[in-house]
Every structure is written in structure tokens, then in C-alpha cells.
Design a protein around this ligand. Structure first.
Ligand SMILES: [Zn+2]
Length: 325
């Protein structure tokens, strides 16, 4: 209950009650509410502006967090550099190695594909630095996948290279008789006059005329398929199976020094020039088969002939003359 206040009225010479006006009371209430608000706001402003009171532990944690963000930034930079190096390797892989070994280039989408389906980064969500951590993890995952794809590609190339090396050393590629030992190239592949019947007939090989006993060399790596004289016309002859569909034949030999099943390397001496079988004088009759079809041996001397020598051989081989058979 509020006190009743009086005042002395000199006019009436009596004490009169002070009547409190209602409006004034509401004003006071409003003012005090406003004051409270103001005080609260002021406190908030002060609280927000003065350096917060942090414990040493919080301070250390904050520094650690800052350091981690910095390190993440550096890692991202390094990953960028690694990505550049890898991109360069991928480029060489697609445009040099795979092209050389006749393998299809690996498409960009396949190399850089991310991971579909489930969200692999769900556990990393919900933190202030989630974005940084998720982006970094994604980058790392893609980089890892790129490396796996590249590594597989190199494995493939390594096996292709091995195959190519074996193919290159197997396919006939040299002259079966050394140029210095040759008297002449008697006859090439094509239509020639038969030395016995004088009738034009197809000569399926090349004749190298050389003195009896001149060494004959295996023209590619392979396995001796035949070494005998039981074939009409060829006399003592050797057949070498080179694999990949290639076979070479050496006929009219004086003698041979290999047996069936034996493995030979390109350049090994397998026999000696002679004139056994249907032959007009000491020479080597040489044939090459591809998938059981006889083909022109002229295209298989690139291993030991210079371009000039090859031109000479080609010119002589193309002359239509009498073969030695
Ligand atoms: Zn011949």
C-alpha cells in the first residue's frame, strides 16, 4: 500500500491530499522497462566487445585448429601439384605409350570418375570445417583412383611391350645368307622361267646364289619344324616355326646342323648352302609362309640391310629371269 502524501494549501489554509495521476504512473513503469532493456543491451554490447575470457586450454585448442586449417591448405596445394604431374603422365600414357602399343586410350571420364551411390563422406558432415575436410578427402580419393587406373594401364603396356618384343624377334627379318657371301641374288618371288622345263611358272621364294658350304642363318627366333630331305624337290631343307603365323623354309642345303624341336635364335647358323634336290647349282631357296600362305620374302630383310642395299636386292629380285629353283 502506497503512502498517502499531503501538501499545505495556503489558499485554504489546510492540508490537502496529493492526488497521484494515473498517466504519470504508467510513464514510470514504461521508463523502468525501457531502462532495463537499455541496460541489458549495453551489457550485451560490452560483452561482445571486450576480449572474451578464455582459458589456456581453449587458447591452445584454438591454435591447434588454426594450424590444422593451415596444414590442410598446404596439403591441398601439394595435391594440386601431384595432380598436375599425374595429368602429364596420363597424357603421355594415352598419346604415346598406348598409341605405340596399339591400345585404346583410356577416356578422361574413366580416369577421373568419382564414386557414385552412397555418400562416403557422411561421417565428416556437421562440423564448422566439414567443407574443407570433405573437399580434401574427395580430392584424395579421386587422386587415388587415378593412380590405380594409371598403374593398371602401365601393367597392360608392360605386357604388350613384352609381346611386341617377342613378336619382333620372332618374325623373319634378316637375309638368310650374308650379303658378302652372295654371288648374286639369282631370282626373286614371282613368275620365272623354270630352269629344267623352261616353262614360265610361279617361283614362291627367293634364290640366293652362294658357294657350297656358305652359312645359312635362321631369320627369326623359332622352333625347328622340319630338318630332312623327304620333300620333293627341296632336297635337304629346314622349316622354322616362328609363331604368330610365320614359318620360314630353307632348301637345297648341302647339310644342316639342327634337329626337329630345337629352338633357334635369329642369326643362328642352321645349315649350309648346297644344291640338293631339284636345283641348278649351289644356292639357297628361301620361302616365308604367313598363315600357311607363301608370301614374298622381299619385305622381310629390314633387319640387316641398309636402304641402299635393300634397293639393290629389290631391283635384282624383280628381274624376270630364270630361277635356280
Ligand atoms: Zn628357288
Amino acid at each position: 500500500m502506497s503512502k498517502v502524501k499531503y501538501y499545505y494549501d495556503s489558499d485554504t489554509q489546510s492540508y490537502r491530499k496529493i492526488e497521484r495521476r494515473k498517466g504519470r504512473r504508467i510513464g514510470i513503469v514504461l521508463l523502468s522497462i525501457l531502462g532495463s532493456f537499455l541496460a541489458g543491451f549495453l551489457l550485451l554490447v560490452i560483452y561482445l566487445n571486450i576480449p572474451q575470457i578464455v582459458t589456456p586450454k581453449e587458447k591452445a585448442l584454438k591454435r591447434e585448429l588454426q594450424n590444422m586449417e593451415l596444414q590442410y591448405g598446404l596439403l591441398n596445394k601439394k595435391m594440386g601439384q601431384i595432380q598436375n604431374v599425374l595429368a602429364n603422365i596420363e597424357d603421355r600414357d594415352n598419346n604415346i605409350y598406348r598409341v605405340y602399343f596399339e591400345a585404346n586410350p583410356i577416356p578422361e571420364e574413366q580416369r577421373r570418375a568419382g564414386f557414385g551411390g552412397i555418400n562416403r563422406y557422411k561421417d565428416l558432415e556437421g562440423f564448422d570445417n566439414s567443407k574443407l575436410i570433405i573437399e580434401t578427402s574427395k580430392r584424395m580419393d579421386i587422386l587415388t583412383k587415378q593412380l590405380v587406373v594409371q598403374s593398371k594401364s602401365l601393367d597392360e603396356i608392360a605386357s604388350l611391350a613384352k609381346e611386341k618384343e617377342s613378336l619382333l624377334s620372332s618374325v623373319p627379318a634378316i637375309q638368310p645368307v650374308k650379303n658378302v657371301d652372295l654371288s648374286r641374288i639369282a631370282s626373286g618371288y614371282g613368275w620365272r622361267t623354270d630352269p629344267f622345263t623352261k616353262v614360265r611358272k610361279f617361283h614362291h621364294g627367293m634364290d640366293f646364289s652362294a658357294p657350297r658350304g656358305t652359312p645359312v642363318y635362321a631369320t627369326g627366333n623359332g622352333r625347328i619344324e622340319r630338318a630332312d630331305n623327304r620333300s620333293t624337290g627341296y632336297g635337304n631343307h629346314i622349316r622354322v616355326d616362328h609363331g604368330y603365323g610365320y614359318t620360314s623354309l630353307y632348301a637345297h642345303l648341302y647339310k644342316y646342323n639342327v634337329r626337329v624341336g630345337q629352338r633357334v635364335q635369329r642369326g643362328d647358323i642352321i645349315g649350309y648352302v648346297g644344291s640338293t634336290g631339284r636345283s641348278q647349282g649351289p644356292h639357297l631357296h628361301y620361302e616365308i609362309f604367313k598363315d600357311d600362305q607363301r608370301i614374298n620374302p622381299i619385305n622381310f630383310y629390314y633387319g640387316n640391310l641398309s636402304p641402299e642395299e635393300f634397293d639393290k636386292v629389290l631391283e635384282k629380285a624383280q628381274q624376270e629371269n630364270q630361277s635356280l629353283d
